[in-house]
Design a protein around this ligand. Structure first.
Ligand SMILES: Cc1ncc(COP(=O)(O)O)c(C=O)c1O
Length: 449
């Protein structure tokens, strides 16, 4: 197996940093000017973490490509970290949004689009009842509240190195087997050990031990982990995990925000998961803020028994703009025209092409890396075998190497998802886009070894 020499990596990274600066003078100037009014010079703090001295400022985006203010074109394999898995600004959604924008944006009253969307989601995921929020974070937060309320239990259970948005309870991790705040947790309201149990993915014994306390309201989980590399469930894992949740009275909330990449009904439909609740955000409105959470008939009845009309506006579930007319118009058009079975077929075939291409180069250069795929999403990790859980995957992360590969790709016209090595396909991604990435990946590998 080939080892990466750190000195060589540093030299190559410095060269790429320089190239990035030369290629992006306008972005550099905007970033400098932004220091005067934006905290840290960016609209959101994590934008500072992109590879390169500053983030690339975008001029416009359409389909699988975008152009930066320096006039450079990029293949976008990040696609807004799934927010634009539909491709940027799909025509049907743009038309629906423009029409709705002329006819009223938000009213605190329902529009007919909500009914279409409810019926569509019901068919996709098999859950009969739906509610809407503006973000997947909120959909997760409200699902957790409901789970706590109807089970009358205080804790939730998540997997080590999960990510479900900025949900306080989920910023917990394991250190030497003990639950505590995850590294970098900013101003946690309480020690998350009070609210959360954490176990490793793919470990049924650990899951059962945690559930045996009978204080877990819900398991909040991605059916396959996607935020610390792609970690697939082992054969039979979910069948047994699901059974354990039932046995110990915990609800199972499937967060399909990313795993929707598996197909039109996410992993829930592909793997027949039968969750009690389900969350789907980001791509659901092609980038117009919106998210949905659904529940079973049984959960709906338990909600009805405990949540009363008089208090429903101040019960901690809400949001003035939640379920607004614009959001629902965008979601309807996205479900009707973009996240279709036909488009998924195309996107998944492209992800297979990505996987095959990258995998062949990894082999050719003898790199101790692997590439995993879930539907139209693929990702490489810096370890020989696909990790089984979050701990293993995090142990294989390599910040310097990752930044180098991202910057190398960016400098040659390909945007990867920041903070991990993820590539996502949209309906307008082409085989040529994928092959460009494979060529660049191969060049980087060649230079590294
Ligand atoms: C699995 C999963 N759920 C929920 C979220 C939260 O989405 P949002 O930031 O749009 O609220 C994310 C964000 O990355 C996610 O990866």
């Amino acid at each position: 197996m080939t080892t990466i020499h750190r000195k060589k990596l540093k030299e190559l990274s410095d060269r790429e940093e320089h190239r990035f600066m030369v290629q992006h003078p306008r972005s550099a100037a905007l970033y400098k000017a932004a220091q005067n009014s934006l905290l840290g010079g960016v609209p959101m703090n994590w934008m500072k973490k992109w590879a390169g001295a500053f983030p690339v400022f975008v001029k416009s985006a359409k389909g699988a490509h975008f152009t930066c203010v320096d006039g450079r074109d990029y293949v976008d394999l990040c696609l807004g970290d799934t927010g634009a898995m539909t491709g940027h600004s799909p025509d049907e959604v743009v038309e629906a949004v423009a029409k709705r924008a002329r006819e009223g944006l938000t009213l605190m009253l329902p529009t007919e689009d909500a009914l279409y969307v409810g019926e569509d989601l019901k068919k996709r995921f098999g859950l009969p009842y739906w509610q809407f929020t503006l973000t997947a974070t909120d959909a997760n937060r409200f699902s957790i509240r409901i789970a706590r309320e109807i089970t009358q239990r205080p804790k939730i259970l998540v997997f080590h190195y999960c990510y479900h948005g900025t949900v306080d309870e989920t910023f917990a991790g394991l250190k030497d087997g003990v639950v505590g705040p995850r590294r970098g947790n900013i101003g946690p309201p309480v020690n998350p050990a009070m609210t959360t149990r954490v176990v490793e993915f793919n470990d049924l014994n650990a899951l059962e031990d945690a559930l045996k306390h009978h204080d877990v309201a819900c398991i909040l989980a991605e059916p396959a982990m996607t935020n610390v590399g792609i970690i697939l469930p082992e054969n039979g894992y979910w069948k047994q995990a699901r059974e354990l949740a039932r046995r110990y009275g915990a609800l199972f909330i499937a967060d399909e925000t990313h795993t929707i990449c598996a197909g039109p009904g996410g992993c829930t439909a592909e793997w027949k998961l039968e969750p009690d609740m389900l969350v789907f955000g980001k791509a659901i409105g092609s980038g117009i803020p919106g998210a949905a959470y659904g529940c079973t008939e049984e959960v709906a009845q338990r909600i009805a028994a405990r949540i009363h009309l008089e208090d429903c506006d101040v019960g901690g579930i809400g949001g003035t703009l939640a379920g607004n007319a614009l959001s629902l118009a965008a979601i309807r058009a996205t479900l009707e025209h973009v996240l279709t079975a036909k488009n998924f077929e195309k996107m998944i075939a492209l992800a297979v092409r990505f996987n095959d291409g990258v995998s062949a180069e990894i082999k050719k250069y003898g790199l101790p890396w692997n590439v995993q795929r879930l539907g139209c999403r693929a990702e490489y990790t810096f370890c020989e075998k696909p990790p089984r859980n979050g701990g293993e995957s995090a142990a294989a992360s390599d910040f310097e190497l990752e930044r180098f590969l991202h910057l190398y790709a960016l400098n040659r016209g390909v945007l990867l998802t920041p903070f991990h090595n993820m590539a996502l396909m949209c309906p307008e991604t082409t085989a040529a886009d994928i092959d460009l990435h494979t060529r660049i990946f191969a060049e980087a590998a060649q230079e590294l070894v």
